[in-house]
Design a protein around this ligand. Structure first.
Ligand code: KBG
Length: 573
């Protein structure tokens, strides 16, 4: 029989019991699972790990318990899956890993309608939709972020991310409530934690040629540069790199503090409880998904870092529903195309004295290869930062996403991806809601749940007229830049990608000084609570165009500092 904390009374009794000596043992004797710790962290992605590391390193007495809904799928906790030689040799095969890692958030009914299914087969009655795998009868297709997805595994999205860590431009941090100098310092610290470098591709032929072509054709003010990446070339074999994952963020702190850190995998965080003091969270109910047991965890502090959808979902399910929860949602637009490099660029390689030796060596080894580029030449990793005149973020590179593999007809060495990320105007009306949509009399209309049994998220997101005009300029800029480099790869012509595909939703638990327009304070502590924090892209209060992880880590470093400060009151004399 699974252990169920079916009533709030059970929870209150267990919280009371937790104050007695041998409470965990007594709870077990009574048929419950109770765990007592100092720090509870929900989510094992880069932000949860930033909190864990900062707390373990700076607070030598604190015990940290982390819960993750996914399983540990890599022997090294939180490692980037792309570190395998297999993917470094064949980057396109990593596309399948990313696809497999993305579970859609909200699928509208129309997307599950099979119009060519034989009439004899079972299908939902007209007006009904399938209710499984994130399918959501309440989702208005025109307001959906159809490609928005969640990764449930130890390490979260950092198991497959592109590790792009640019610094946000001033216009991407106008609502940031933290003083500029302080935030600059936090971004720097975040860069160190993420092991960010911008010189690991300097020796690459393709990188050099692509960057030089852009530098030659574009005005200096565009700032064509090396993409800052969480990556380091391996010293034992410089052919390969180590991409930053949560193992990088955690460093040695788990190793050094084995008795003080515990990870619960395949564990759903269900609900936070404040039964005695409305400003304090006393416990969190989690469900062990392997046997459906409920476990009550009593802690001194709670930090929820479950992504931009999961974090507000847990707050909502805990009846913590400030006005701003799920609102001010911002997602980037994406323009994408792939080009095959111009002949003139490729033909300039053999005569370039910087590459002569490598090209000749390659020719000797592979006389039948018509391309003067060694097979192990690293990919280009170039970017054009956001500027006031060109307010979008540009990546000119070759990397694995959930789309954009090259296919068998082109040689991947001459294919370059262009990804342009556009910001969206912040609007209170852009939001994600959860669970029941309407109250009928005294009753809530039954809400759907997601596949994990939590209230189903529904998007209501529109791009403004201003966003549309900016997107149009961005698309033109992309086609101009593509023409500098080459011709479109057939099938990868310039296109806007499905809304949500950037996987950069922000704002759903945004920070700020005003509790009316934000969920948490500048320390990421939820307004009106003393011991509850939120972390992740959801805390970003701004419309950003650049990749948000570094910014979120910066906010998390400040938040974790506030957790440590709060814990000082419990330090042994
Ligand atoms: O889809 C991308 C996303 O746009 C990004 O910036 C992140 O780093 O990686 C994702 C792919 O895993």
């Amino acid at each position: 029989m699974p252990i169920r904390l079916s009533s709030d009374d059970d929870v209150v009794r267990l919280i009371q019991l937790s104050k007695e000596p041998n409470a965990e043992k007594k709870a077990k004797e009574a048929g419950y699972r109770l765990v007592i710790t100092d720090v509870f962290i929900a989510g094992s992605g880069p932000i949860g790990c930033t909190y864990a590391r900062t707390i373990l390193d700076k607070n030598p007495s604190a015990h940290v318990l982390m819960a993750e809904i996914g399983s540990q799928d890599h022997p090294v906790m939180g490692s980037h899956f792309k570190n395998s030689v297999k993917y470094q040799k064949d980057i396109d095969s990593f596309v399948n890993v990313i696809k497999g890692a993305l579970q859609p958030v909200s699928v509208p009914p129309g997307d599950t309608l099979q119009t060519t299914l034989g009439e004899a087969a079972w299908a939902p009655p007209i007006g009904h939709a399938l209710v499984m795998q994130g399918n959501n009868p309440n989702q208005e297709p025109g307001l959906n972020l159809r490609a928005s997805a969640i990764t449930r595994t130890v390490g979260g999205m950092a198991t497959h991310w592109t590790c792009c860590c640019p610094l946000p431009h001033g216009q991407e941090r106008v609502s940031n409530p933290i003083p500029k100098d302080e935030f600059d310092g936090l971004l720097k610290e975040a860069g160190n934690l993420l092991n960010v470098h911008d010189n690991q591709y300097d020796h690459s032929i393709r990188h050099t040629k692509v960057k030089e072509a852009l530098l030659q054709e574009l005005p200096k003010a565009r700032g064509v540069s090396n993409l800052p990446l969480g990556v380091q070339r391996r010293s034992d074999n410089p052919e390969y790199v180590t991409w930053t994952g949560c193992d990088t963020i955690l460093g040695q702190s788990i190793e050094n503090n084995q008795t003080r850190f515990k990870l619960m995998t395949e564990t759903r965080v269900t609900q936070l409880y404040s039964s005695f003091d409305p400003k304090m969270v006393e416990a969190v109910k989690v469900r062990d998904l392997n046997n459906n047991d409920d476990v009550l965890i009593v802690a001194k502090t709670f930090t929820i870092c479950c992504g931009a959808i999961g974090t507000p979902q847990i707050l909502w399910n805990s009846n913590i529903r400030p006005d701003a929860l799920g609102r001010y949602l911002s997602e980037q637009s994406m323009a994408f195309c792939q080009i095959v490099l111009k002949r003139s660029i490729v033909e300039s390689i053999p005569g370039d004295s910087r590459f002569k030796e490598r090209v000749e060596h390659h020719k000797k080894q592979h006389p039948n290869d018509p391309l003067p580029i060694p097979f192990n030449d690293p990919e280009p990793q170039v970017y054009i930062p956001y500027t006031s005149d060109h307010p979008w973020h540009v990546q000119v590179h070759r990397d694995a996403f959930s789309y954009g593999d090259v296919g068998p007809k082109a040689d991947p060495r001459v294919v370059v991806d262009l990804r342009f990320f556009g910001k969206s105007k912040i609007s209170k009306e852009n939001r994600v809601t959860f669970g029941p949509k309407e109250q009928i009399g005294d009753e809530w209309k039954a809400g759907n749940t997601d596949i994990y049994g939590m209230p189903q998220p529904t998007f209501e997101v529109k791009r403004s007229k201003e966003d549309g005009e900016r997107d149009q300029r961005m698309m033109k800029d992309m086609t101009d830049i593509a023409n500098i480099l080459g011709a479109y790869l057939p099938g990868s012509n310039p296109q806007f990608m499905e809304p949500g595909l950037a996987l950069h939703v922000t704002g759903t638990t945004r920070i700020g000084s005003d509790p009316k327009t934000s969920v948490a304070d500048p320390d990421s502590r939820v307004h009106n609570f003393r011991n509850l924090w939120v972390g992740g892209n959801s805390v970003i209060p701004d419309a950003t165009a650049c990749n948000p992880t570094r910014t979120s880590v910066a906010y998390a470093l400040k938040g974790a500092g506030a957790v440590n400060k709060y814990l000082e009151q419990f330090k042994p004399e």
